[in-house]
Every structure is written in C-alpha cells, then in structure tokens.
Design a protein around this ligand. Structure first.
Ligand code: HEM
Length: 585
C-alpha cells in the first residue's frame, strides 16, 4: 500500500507514507512495552509469595521447614482404626470453641431470680441465675442454642470415640511396651472427659442436673468418716448449697487444663515412637509401611476433622439435646421420673440400681451404707483393673519386648475374651441404668428387669469370656486351614478316576503374612528360688500365665522355611512346645 501511495507521487504521498511508518513503529513499540510489562508482572512474586519468603527466612520459618521435611520422611500406616483419634480431636476442638463462647453468657450462680424471659410457660417461676442464663442462651441469644447443642453433642461423642480408641488399643495389644504409658494417658483423658461431662451436665441447673447432683450428694455422704466433710466441701453447706459456683471453675479451668496437658504429653509420646501397624506384607517390627505424615496423613486427618465438626454442627442444628425448658428448674425436694444421666455416666447409675434394698449396717458408731459403698468399690476395682491391665499382662506373660506389630484379636483368645467380658460387665451396668425405661417400654415389672440385670452382671462376663475364646480359636483354625489348603472356590471338579474334589485357590503370597500367627510366647514356669522353694506368688503367677496362654493353636509362621502351617492340632498344654532360648523366668 505504501508503494501505491509513493507511486501516487507528490509531497502529500510522502508525508502519508512517513506518518504511516511512524504509526506502525509506534504501535509496535507499544505492543513490545505492554508485553514486557506483562512479563515483568508475571515474574514478580505475589504478595503471598513474598510473605512466605519472608517467613521462611526467619528462625521460626527455618525450623518449620525442617520439621515438615522430617514429617515427609516419617510414615504412618493407613488403617481405619486411626480415625477415632481424629474424631476425639474434632470433639475437643468443638467443645473448647463452643465452651469459650458459652462462658460469656452463662452465669454460674444458684442465687434465685424470677424468670421473665421469652419462654412463656415458665413466666413468673423462681429459678436459679444459672438456669435463667442457660434459657437466655437458648432462646434469646442469636445462635446460642446451636452453640449450646454443639457443646453438648460433642461432649456426648467424645467419650464414645475415646472408648473406641481404648478398645482398639486393647484388642490389638497396642498397649504393650513401649506404649504402656499411652494406655494410661488415654484412660486419664477418658476420666477427664467424664468429669467434664458430669460437671457440665450440672451447670444448667435444670431438674435433671438437680436429680444427678442429689445422687452425688448421697454417694459422697455415704463415704465413712470423711463423707460429711467432703459433701460440705463440694456443696458448700446444705444441698444444693453453692454447688454450681464450685463446679464452674472445675469445668472451665481444671478440666480443659488437664485435657490439654494430657493431649500434649500424648502427642509428644506419639511423635517419639513408631506408630504400631497390623501384620501384613513387608511389615516388620522395625519398619513402618504407610503414607508420609506430611502431607499425606495430615491432609487426610484435617479432612476428617472438618467432616466430623461439620456433622456435629449439622446434628446440633436439627436434633435437640438437653431441652432444659421441658424438664424445668431444679428443685431440692423433687426428682423427675424417667430421669437419665448422659450415656457415659449411665454405668455408675446402673451399679447403684442393682443393689438390693436394706444393705446398711452400723459399725464403729457409724452407719455403713453398703448399698452405695459396694457399687463404689466394684466400679473402683473395675476402673483400676482397666488402667492397670497392661502391667498385669506384662507380669503374667513376662513379655518385656517392644512391639510395633499389632496382634490380631483372634490370636490372643484370653486377652480378647477378657475384653469382651469387660464390655459385657460394663454393658450390663449401663443397661441397668435404664431399667425403669426398659420396664415401662416392654411392660415388665421393674423388679424382674433389675433381677435380669443382676444375673447378667454376674454371669454375663464369664459366658462372654468362654464364648469369645472359642470363637477366637475357631477363627484361628479357619486361618490355619486357609493357609494350608487355600480358599474354597465352590468349584467342584470330577477327576478321571470318578472322584469329586473342590478346587482351592492358594493364598496369595502378599496375603500370607496377614494370616500367619507369629506369637512365640509360652506360659511362664514356676522356677524354684535359690533355696529350692517355689513361693505362692511364683505359683500363682505361673498358674495365671498358663491360663492366659492355654488354648492356642500352634504358631503358623514356619513351614519348610516358608510362612505356612506347622500343625493343625490344638495345643492344650502350651508348655509342651519347645521354649525359645530367651525364656527363663
Ligand atoms: C472435656 C471438656 C468438656 C465437656 C465434656 C463439657 C461438657 C459440657 C456439658 C455436657 C454441658 C451442658 C450443656 C447443656 O447445657 O446442655 C456443658 C456446659 C457448659 N460448658 Fe462445658 N464441657 C467441656 C469443656 C468446657 C470448656 C473448656 C468450657 C469453657 C471454656 C466450657 C464451658 C461450659 C459452659 C459455660 C457451660 C454452661 C452453659 C450451658 O449449659 O449451656 N465447657 N459442658
């Protein structure tokens, strides 16, 4: 076109050509400049990048980077049982956040006021300030009921997830060395959660809280010698006294502090130890097969944490819990019929209900209320046995070794049996806590329901132990058969000779380690001391050891040098097996 204009001749054509060229150059320069500035903008780090660089350059940043790099190299096994710990963490988080919010609106006082709030059925009733403020949180504070209910639902879920964690730890033998202290820590955390739940349950000061506190007063008063003193310390005088004022600091200071200390110690212990893993292909005592802690396990845990918290708020938004306006304010002279504690303290209530009436004696110028003291002692022994079990098992088995490979419950029938017996005992007490409801719902007499639970609490654990042991042995036998003959395929084949056989599919090599029972422990023998004498304690220990180890199948990890089957025979006397060289107690 320029050549056309040039050829058009004259100075006008030349000017037009020059203008045209200048415009082109100008626009090309503009284009280049804008491209360069875009490029520069792309190369320039963003604000967040610059912030991250700054933080990374600080001492804290360097330490965090170092820590994350270490977490990348650490492994945790992937197993569904690990999620109970995350559920507990989510509950604690919800409890702490919602509890902090409630603190600003709740009045911890038993002083009386006349109710003038928005719940009309209670207008003009004399209630405590605690009850009044809890009603105000529920009906007048925007979002208050949701937060209250989330606090309560999380408090209901927390003991369940902690108990499930303890059950997993128990049945898999994860409490053995070097994790015995973890068991004690978990148990202590459960106790703290129970104290938190119990003290929180009392705070709204409604009829149910009052009934629960009345029971507690009776129990405390029944303790010989110190009962009256303890009761006036807790209640600050005649019932109800200032019990709310006294429980409040326990609930919002002592309980959270103890929970945080226990959690910190537990996390520290977990960061120092190898996580235990189930037996399987490539897994050994000295390795961990799994995913990296960061980012693999951490992001999964964070996801589950969010889901559990979301579910807790969802349930709190749609399902009522602790409708204190229905039960009314507490009144020292009244108790509501059908009153139930929160589920986790139900077993304590049940223990009290099972005692026959009239169990009371006078001795040493004191009244001994056996109806309360015996259930207290039984519960005390039960909880003591639970927390001390790892030490007891170590004593009767003589097993001081560190274990990073977990047991399959079927491979330790006595332990599994004891666990199921304990669950049956706890479950019977728990069921007895609702005996009145059961009687009403099933139209039975209360006496017959109580009688049933009395029988169940005594006989149930023994039956549960025996049945569980047999089931474990049957499952071990099934494993042995699977290892030696493979899986049944259901395919029947006729051989040339006319014989019919079922085709079995051999167990895949990667499945084998999961089925093999590698337990090497033998019952302890009662060895005489230096004077040739076998003391009663030694005999007792050996007898317990025999009881613990009897009725096992043979270990199945040696078969022509391959993981396989040694024998299909039951070994009733484990001492007949060759004792490993390291066993001499
Ligand atoms: C293991 C820890 C805790 C448990 C199991 C627990 C449990 C409970 C329960 C069951 C209630 C009765 C809720 C209701 O009214 O229905 C309650 C009330 C309350 N909790 Fe907690 N709580 C715990 C920790 C905390 C913490 C850390 C705080 C404060 C920072 C707190 C503050 C409160 C307050 C102010 C109330 C009375 C208000 C109300 O009853 O709605 N709690 N708690």
């Amino acid at each position: 076109m320029a050549s056309q204009q040039l050829s058009a001749g004259g100075p006008g054509g030349l000017h037009a050509c020059a203008r045209y060229t200048r415009d082109r150059v100008h626009s090309a320069t503009q284009l280049l400049r804008s491209a360069m500035s875009t490029n520069r903008r792309q190369l320039e780090p963003s604000v967040t990048d610059r912030l991250a660089q700054r933080i990374a350059a600080t001492k804290l940043g360097r330490k965090t980077a170092q820590y994350l790099a270490e977490l990348r190299t650490r492994r945790v096994p992937l197993h569904w049982t690990n999620m109970f710990g995350v559920v507990s963490a989510a509950c604690l988080l919800v409890i702490f956040v919602t509890g902090f919010f409630l603190m600003f609106f709740y009045t911890p006082s038993t002083a009386s006021v006349v109710y003038k709030g928005s719940y009309s059925p209670l207008h003009g009733a004399t209630v405590s300030e605690a009850y009044n403020s809890t009603l105000a949180i529920s009906f007048e504070l925007r979002g208050g009921l949701l937060i209250r209910q989330a606090h309560h639902w999380a408090a209901l879920l927390l003991p369940a997830s902690l108990i499930l964690q303890m059950l997993v730890m128990f049945f898999t033998g994860a409490f053995r060395s070097p994790r015995r202290k973890n068991w004690v820590l978990l148990f202590s955390l459960l106790l703290v959660a129970l104290v938190g739940g119990w003290s929180g349950y009392a705070l709204p000061d409604d009829m149910l809280s009052g009934t629960g506190l009345r029971i507690v007063e009776g129990i405390v008063l029944s303790i010989p010698f110190v009962g009256t003193w303890l009761s006036s310390l807790l209640f600050g005088g005649q019932f109800p006294g200032q019990v709310i004022d006294h429980l409040y600091p326990i609930h919002i200071v002592v309980v959270p502090l103890l929970a945080m200390v226990l959690l910190a110690v537990r996390l520290r212990a977990a960061s120092r130890e190898k996580p235990p893993q189930f037996p399987g292909a490539g897994r050994a005592e000295n390795n961990v097969v799994g995913i990296s802690v960061w980012p693999g396990a951490a992001t999964r845990a964070a996801g589950l944490l969010m889901i559990v918290m979301g579910l807790l708020f969802f349930v709190s938004a749609f399902f009522t819990v602790s409708p204190i306006w229905l039960s009314g304010p507490s009144s020292p002279g009244d108790a509501a019929s059908g009153s139930q504690p929160d589920w986790y303290t139900g077993f304590l209530d049940g223990a009290l209900r099972l005692v026959p009436p009239g169990w009371e004696i006078n001795w040493l110028d004191h009244t001994w209320t056996l109806a309360l003291l015996i259930p207290l002692a039984v519960i005390g022994v039960f909880l003591g046995a639970v927390v001390l079990y790892p030490f007891f098992e170590q004593w009767i088995s003589g097993d001081d070794d560190d274990h990073n490979l977990l047991d399959r419950p079927r491979n330790t029938p006595s332990r599994t049996g004891l666990g199921v017996a304990a669950i049956t005992f706890y479950g019977s007490l728990w069921g007895a806590g609702s005996a009145d409801i059961v009687a009403v719902q099933f139209q039975l007499s209360l006496e017959s329901v109580i009688f049933f639970f009395r029988c169940l609490v005594i006989v149930g654990p023994f039956i549960a132990f025996i049945v569980t042991q047999r089931v474990c042995l049957a499952l071990q036998k099934k494993d042995l058969e699977t290892l030696s003959h493979g899986y049944e395929t259901g395919r029947i084949v006729r051989l040339p000779g006319g014989e019919y056989i079922e085709v079995h599919q051999p167990v895949a090599s990667y499945e084998r380690p999961g089925l093999v029972n590698t337990s090497q422990r033998m019952a302890l023998r009662a060895h005489p001391d230096a004077h040739g004498h076998i003391g009663p304690v030694t005999r007792f220990r050996a007898a317990l050891s025999r009881f613990f180890f009897e009725n096992r199948s043979a270990r199945t990890d040696q078969h022509d040098g391959q993981p396989g089957v040694k024998s299909l025979d039951w070994i009733d006397d484990p001492t007949t097996l060759k004792e490993p060289a390291n066993r001499d107690h």
